[in-house]
Design a protein around this ligand. Structure first.
Ligand code: GLN
Length: 540
């Protein structure tokens, strides 16, 4: 029977519930178990697709085009499995579904209520699509005590009761703050968080205690006493320098052993943690360093470029170097000229322009691209970064001074424009600039065919690839001939050759722009080839 592990968080948010949930999955995978992992986000948005990066960090995109919480990125990277729209369950989606069922008359005249109708719907989503998985790990977003979260806690309480306590487990991640003035760790907030869970009918089975300082045996005993736990199930989860150190740290604290014990499972003979040991090896032993610039605009929020930073890190592993990222605010570049720009990119070995939305900062990004193009500095443009690379080239090499994207100026020479019709899953979809913003981008995995002999072909080592998208605008292919004549080729296209996917400049050390988001498919165990080769070119 499939077993359920529910991961909740207490005291404060941002403790790393996603990493903890993914780590639990990794430790069970190391024992040969098959895992499904899902995120429940109680907020009322249908998905985070329309939320600003300042609100919610990055929007992660799955193969099937779901716009999801960035924790799904951690799950895919840690576990090497592909997730889908079924693995991201928001409050908005649940209520939308319940209300639609009500309109259809599915409730046969009943008064529609939080319990059982909303809770049943949540449980249905949690249980959907489970086949032969040994474990389903469900992370509940937010912090215990959030009003939106109450109904989700009620649903998992019911579900645990239905499948039985031997088939379900509650893991609670909490904070043990260190009070500088008293030189002391404080357990009280965690005691209260566990009590708050208990009020909702949920007894935590395992406590993961985030802390900046080692937790003493007596604090462990105290927490166990107040939280109805065996001291063994109070696990120190100390701050680490890399998220990739968490699996080995949890392994040392015997987290998986406690989980196996809870479910009454015998420890496996083979526990294979070798891939995690290898990453630890790299973290402790890289030899060289290289610094690249990332020119963007959402740097105030550390999570806004999550997968991008991860993919850069993975490329470092592949090249056995430490990659330092210098973030450059594109808006500041807008005001700079010649010497200042040279100064900004001094000591930089490569320039990356990531995706983005809106006009703010685009001229600065184009200045960075111009600098990379003219000075033979390795360049990698992603999505908006690719579109701007083409615009920069059209303006400064082809001499089309008003070339731009209709996203930024409706009266420009439209090199990049809105695709009014596009196809997804065999259906033709229409959109205008006034269409709904939610879920109307070109989203998810699309195939791309690469031209043999190109840089992209050398990088990927194959001519048929699939990459994930999240954008609304596309390069107008009628400019292809002019671009090619001056040395910019479109080396990757959709199989019907209608949509551009990859551009590159031939006479350049490394200059590539991709319309998709390769960062979503990079993992530490399988770094993405474009990132890997961009860093390789930057090392020189
Ligand atoms: N704003 C651009 C578009 O919608 C690029 C999007 C992105 O970089 N993800 O096409």
């Amino acid at each position: 029977m499939t077993k359920y592990i529910f991961v909740t968080g207490g005291v404060v948010s941002s403790l790393g519930k996603g990493i903890s949930a993914a780590t639990i999955g990794a430790l069970l995978q190391a024992r040969g178990y098959k895992i499904k992992i899902r995120k429940l986000d109680p907020y009322l948005n249908i998905d985070p697709g329309t939320m600003s990066p300042y609100q919610h960090g990055e929007v992660y995109v799955t193969d099937d085009g779901a716009e999801t919480d960035l924790d799904l990125g951690h799950y895919e990277r840690f576990l090497g499995i592909k997730l889908s729209s079924k693995d991201t369950i928001s409050g908005g989606k649940i209520y939308w579904d319940v209300l639609n069922r009500e309109r259809r008359g599915d409730y046969l005249g009943a008064t529609v209520q939080m319990i059982p109708h909303v809770t049943d719907c949540i449980k249905e989503y949690i249980k959907s699509g489970i086949t032969d998985e040994d474990f389903v790990i469900c992370e509940i977003g937010g912090t215990v005590g959030d009003i939106e979260g109450l109904i989700f806690l009620e649903a998992i309480r019911q579900l645990a009761n239905e499948v039985g306590r031997r088939n379900s487990m509650f893991v609670h991640l909490t904070l043990i703050p260190y009070i500088e003035a008293a030189h002391e760790l404080k357990t009280k907030p965690s005691q209260q968080a566990v009590k708050s869970l208990l009020e909702k009918g949920i007894q935590a089975d395992l406590l993961l205690c985030r802390s900046s300082h080692p937790i003493s045996e007596s604090d462990r005993a105290k927490l166990a006493l107040f939280c109805n736990l065996n001291p063994k199930n109070v696990i120190p989860a100390l701050d680490l320098t890399s998220i990739y150190k968490v699996p080995m740290a949890y392994a040392k604290e015997q987290v998986a052993e406690r989980i196996m014990e809870h479910f009454g499972l015998d420890e496996k003979e083979i526990v294979d943690l070798s891939k995690w040991e290898k990453i630890e090896g790299y973290l402790n032993a890289y030899k060289k360093e290289v610094t690249i610039a990332v020119v963007g605009k959402y740097f105030e929020v550390s999570d806004a470029y999550k997968s991008l930073n991860e993919a850069i890190f993975h490329a470092g592993i592949a090249n056995n170097v430490k990659v330092n990222v210098k973030t450059i605010d594109s808006q500041k570049l807008e005001e700079m000229n010649g010497e200042d720009i040279k100064e900004a990119f001094k000591d930089i070995s490569g320039i990356l322009v990531p995706g983005g939305f809106g006009v703010r900062g685009v001229l600065g990004k184009m200045k960075a691209i111009e600098f990379a193009r003219e000075n033979n500095v390795p360049f990698f443009g992603i999505c908006l970064g690719m579109q701007l690379a083409v615009i920069e080239f059209a303006r400064n090499v082809l001499g089309i001074k008003d070339a731009f994207s209709t996203e930024f100026d409706e009266n420009c020479k439209p090199l990049i424009c809105l695709m009014e019709t596009y196809e997804k899953d065999g259906k033709v979809i229409q959109r205008t600039k006034d269409s709904d913003k939610g879920g109307t981008l070109r989203l998810g995995a699309y195939p791309c065919v690469i031209e043999k002999g190109s840089l992209a072909y050398k990088v990927y080592g194959e001519d048929k690839i699939s990459e994930r998208h999240r954008h609304r605008y596309e390069l107008d292919m009628s400019y292809e001939k002019d671009l090619v004549a001056k040395g910019m080729i479109i080396s990757g296209k959709s199989p019907d050759k209608v949509l551009p996917e990859i551009v590159e400049i031939k006479d350049h050390k490394f200059f590539i722009g991709v319309q998709f988001h390769p960062e979503f498919q990079s993992t530490p165990f399988k770094p993405h080839p474009v990132f890997e080769n961009f860093i390789k070119a930057s090392i020189g």
